[in-house]
Design a protein around this ligand. Structure first.
Ligand code: KIV
Length: 272
């Protein structure tokens, strides 16, 4: 109990490291709004990421590049208000830390002050390690993100599997070590071979959180709309649908439309 929270079991960046040490898997999902985050938090998730995938999921863009720091702050504020238990992590969007170390620190501080999240996440390895160190030194927990890093999509030329070749796999391993040395509390590994993700997981002391990175990671993360089957037609190999929200919502909307049209809604008991 204290100023931070009334929940003695509130999950923090430190808890994530303890969970790895104790061999407890870490379950994360994204969320971008108050209502969804409240459901996800209450259902027992360990961490929520306000991913810059909000650019796709919430704003309809084809990449994560257009979303701004001010957009992210609106989503992150709503999610942080809803979460009482899990660790809340906000993505730093494209352009908010690539320009300079100082910009990175300033923008991480801006997110923390404006939103109430617990940590930030950044894409990249050795090339951002100094910026990560500066943000950690400012007292802000940072999660890294390696492998498929969507903010660099134009460099990769597509959303395919990363680090299949030996040279890229070795670079990824040294990037993970550089991030660990810079002070991150966790590393997201996106769309890399399961054997490589396992090797990285065994080589660092901070937890790895996989998405399309196999079962050898310390935890898993999915975009909630994908995991709950809202995004019809998007079904990459790594994705499992844990619910069929698309059908559920479609049926509900169809039923509502029908009841309005046939005048059965609202009924007498639903009227004043
Ligand atoms: O933006 C996002 O949702 C992410 C996850 C896919 C890891 O970075």
């Amino acid at each position: 109990m204290g100023y931070l929270t009334t929940d003695k079991k509130k999950i923090t960046a430190k808890t994530f490291i303890k969970m790895k040490q104790e061999g407890e898997k870490i379950a994360m999902l994204t969320s971008y709004d108050f209502t969804t985050a409240g459901i996800v938090d209450a259902a027992g998730i360990d961490g929520i990421l306000i991913g810059d995938s909000a650019s796709n999921v919430m704003l309809g863009n084809s990449t994560t590049l257009p979303i701004t720091i001010d957009d992210m702050i609106v989503f992150a504020r709503a999610v942080a208000r809803a979460c009482h238990h899990c660790c809340v992590v906000c993505d730093m969007p494209f352009g908010s830390y690539q320009t300079s170390r100082e910009d990175g620190i300033r923008n991480a501080v801006k997110i923390m002050k404006a939103t109430g999240v617990d940590a930030v996440k950044m894409e990249g390895g050795v090339e951002i390690a100094d910026t990560v160190k500066g943000i950690v030194n400012a007292g802000i927990p940072v999660m890294g993100h390696l492998g498929l890093t969507p903010q660099s999509i134009h460099q990769f030329g597509g959303y395919g599997l990363r680090a299949k070749e030996e040279a890229e796999a070795e670079k990824l391993l040294s990037d993970a070590k550089a991030l660990e040395a810079a002070g991150v509390f966790g590393i997201t590994l996106e769309k890399v071979p399961a054997a490589l993700a396992k090797k990285v997981t065994e080589s660092v002391h901070v937890p790895t959180i996989g998405i399309g990175a196999g079962n050898g990671c310390d935890g898993q993360i999915l975009v909630y709309a994908d995991a709950l089957g809202m995004t019809n037609g998007f079904k990459p190999k790594f994705l499992r649908h844990f619910a069929d929200m698309n059908s559920c919502m479609t049926k509900g909307v169809e039923e509502y439309v029908k009841c309005v049209k046939d005048c059965s809604f609202p009924s007498e008991t639903e009227s004043y």
